[in-house]
Design a protein around this ligand. Structure first.
Ligand code: EPS
Length: 382
């Protein structure tokens, strides 16, 4: 399963094409829209989210509620486009006096993007580099989640840090319903309150905040991914997908960086046999991945997001026209989008896992994938 997206933040629409979708996957459009809505909310989100109410129009690939084995195309309208018809006009020439953005923001794609593409208007870059594009990914991810649901795999997320406020949560026992009910996606209500206060303080100071969230996946069978070829290794595929999300600066699986400071016996998960449950583990330091494959335990990815680069109290920049010092441009922005990024990360993880399941169990239709999965389950059960 692959996806490609198109669309600018203030263009007419965001478009996604998901290809290699097997036939027979039940698609409930309201579940796609639910994920789009989950991405939009969150304490610290900016004014744009009050304009948009993202909905995916299913353009192709679904008939009578099920995929038919053709690419699934989805379109999300940008309501804000109505306010940008002149600035984002498709047809030329550029009108005299049309405003240009010339003050690149440190931390965004603005400067290197405009150097790379030889534009004198940073808007050409920021329109596409904007995290608005991640709505498309969430829509694509909802299709992947629908396939995973057919094989009993669930992808969820929660936030464990915003700025300097963090909490310790066990990914195996986390109360996901509490995370879903929280406007910072944090199931610890005391920490959540401090996170909100930190976001308020950052907003007052013209600052922005990053944080850390966890994506956990349950219901996985062992052996998905591969050890034999670099391109099959699931850690690499998941890591790449997560790092493709704007503002993501780090990913670890299981104990991740902390395991580098421990001895081996404290890091690896002893293998045990439990009658009824079969071969399993006493612990899950590995975060569900060993040798580039799932090992049947809960997959735990911990992801670090940097603070959003658009600052209401801007950093120093240089005007790309005059080369004179200037304040970085102030686009309307979020103070904190960590809860939203967690929803985007669910989508990226789901897309990688759906593709890896299809690599192992078949590409054509859900019935064959399920039959192959059941045969595999039976073979490895002892
Ligand atoms: C976003 C839409 C954008 C930004 C934000 C995320 O809309 P606008 O630019 O019209 O306000 O609010 O993007 C960024 C913070 C960024 O740095 O790219 C969205 O839909 O998530």
């Amino acid at each position: 399963m692959h996806y490609v997206t198109a669309g600018e933040s203030h263009g007419k629409a965001l478009v996604t094409v998901v290809s290699s979708v097997p036939a027979g996957v039940s698609i409930d459009g309201s579940l796609i829209d639910k994920d789009l809505a989950r991405r939009q909310v969150g304490y610290g989100r900016g004014g744009r989210m009050r304009i948009e109410s993202d909905r995916a129009l299913i353009v192709s690939g679904v008939r009578f509620g099920k995929t038919i084995g053709s690419p699934v195309a989805l379109s999300i309208s940008n309501k804000d486009w109505d306010n940008w018809l002149d600035v984002m006009a498709v047809n030329g020439p550029r009108p005299d006096g049309s405003p240009r953005v010339t003050a690149p923001r440190p931390g965004h794609a603005d400067l290197a993007g405009s150097q790379k593409t030889n534009t004198d208007d940073v808007r050409d870059i920021l329109e596409r580099a904007s995290a608005r594009e991640t709505a498309s990914r969430v829509a694509a991810g909802a299709v992947a989640k629908a396939l995973l649901a057919e094989v009993g795999v669930k992808v969820e997320s929660y936030v464990e840090r915003i700025g300097s406020v963090d909490c310790v949560i066990d990914p195996e026992t986390v109360d996901i319903a509490a995370a879903e009910a929280s406007d910072v996606r944090c199931p610890d209500s005391v920490a959540a309150q401090s996170m909100r206060a930190a976001i308020d303080a950052a907003a007052s100071a013209g600052e922005s905040l990053g944080g850390v969230f966890v994506v956990r996946v349950t219901g996985l069978v062992p052996g998905v991914g591969g050890y034999a070829e670099a391109s099959q290794r699931l850690d690499a595929r998941l890591g790449g997908a997560l790092l493709s999300i704007p503002a993501i600066k780090g990913v670890e699986f299981g104990d991740g960086f902390a395991s580098a400071a421990r001895v081996g016996s404290q890091v690896h998960d002893p293998i045990i046999y439990v009658p009824g449950a079969g071969i399993t583990r006493e612990s899950n330091h590995a975060g569900g991945l060993e040798g580039g494959m799932t090992n049947g335990q809960t997959l735990v990815a911990r992801v670090a997001m940097k603070p959003i680069p658009t600052l209401m109290k801007p950093l120093a920049s240089v005007d790309i026209d005059t080369l004179q010092p200037i304040d970085a441009s102030r686009e309307r922005s979020d103070v904190c989008a960590v809860p939203a990024a967690a929803v985007v990360a669910e989508a990226e993880v789901a897309l990688v896992l759906a593709a890896a399941y299809m690599d192992k169990f078949g590409h054509d239709c859900v019935e064959d994938i399920r039959a192959s999965l059941n045969a595999y389950r039976e073979r490895i059960a002892r």
